[in-house]
Write a new protein. Sequence first.
Length: 74
Amino acid sequence: MEEAIESTWGAGLYFIQAAAEFRMNKRKQALRSLEEALSEGVEEHEVLFTYIPELREDKDVKAILRYFTLEHAE
């Protein structure tokens, strides 16, 4: 994943990386990757929920998404 991110650009890759980190129980890193993904392309955030739909109900994910959505709207 790291090699793909270094070789190509795209918020989708960061969302996939975050999903993988959530699945590997690396929550702190996953939240950081999610922030990076949202800063690169908040409009692509549905990619995360494609892989882990239950994150729609995660309070930390919802808070980060709300922050970036509001910031992007301004």
